[in-house]
Design a protein around this ligand. Sequence first.
Ligand code: CP
Length: 324
Amino acid sequence: MSSNQLTDSGQLRHFLTIEGLKQPLLTEIMDRAEQFSGITNRQVKKVPLLRGKTIFNLFFENSTRTRTTFELAAKRLSADVINLNINTSATSKGESLLDTLHNLEAMHSDMFVVRHSQSGAAEFIAQHVAPHVSVINAGDGCHAHPTQAMLDMFTIRRHKQHFPDLRVAIVGDILHSRVARSQIQALSTLGVGEIRVIGPKTILPADTQTLGVHVYHDMAAGLEGVDVVIMLRLQHERMQGALLPSAREYYDCFGLTDEKLKLAKPDAIVMHPGPINRGVEIASTVADGPQSVILEQVTHGIAIRMAVMSMTLGAQSEQQEVQA
Ligand code: CP
């Protein structure tokens, strides 16, 4: 668990991991996102909540969905947002991560949104920033992707309402997935009835049993009667050595096809954090089919990120008032 993501009064100071957060806080994030999602339908999609605040997007690893929805969320809250281009920044001239951060702090930044290939990078940055700066983890190595997990919970709640009644299956490369780790923590905290993980032994963590989930190596058995199917990409960039026989065989055994989806409940929803690899972990007919909520997840990412940004910067302001 992160040592310092909550204030003394239990509010979000940073958002680094789902681990250790209580159910009321996760519900508060979703409730706040529900309020913000209405703004998206307005002609003027802006509220002045973070006017005057400066937010830096620091993406040391590639991203499409997370970076752009953080940027949109910041703009809709009226913050000034800067996307630092890491490839053309001075980090490529040998400047250390902390020196880069301290230079950005000197520009009166209020928040860093950080994606990094190293697990623990966001936590490390949070330990070294000035007291008024919030850090949000936008995905660190195989460790955590808390805003992705929250937008996934929000999407499930929109469709299924009552978490304890649900059976949720997460399928694929759990071993290398920061998304799966954060999802399992969020689903457990929200009291989901049954969490299943499905995949070949080589890409499930050795300690899976300790996560409080049911493990299946047979896709048909694992999908039987579930309400939610979450598909994951094979994360080749984090695999060391050959963990799978072939993409074709993987698809035959663990790819989600229309036929396999029929084993889930008829009203089951299909989710995927993206990017999707069609014909590897999911058939196009499923990804684009009536049960897919994959693009809805992307849309909900804006409201969830607005909620988390406003909560962390709100907590910071309150903390400063207390300390003044
Ligand atoms: N889901 C997700 O993190 O996607 P990106 O890598 O495009 O941000």
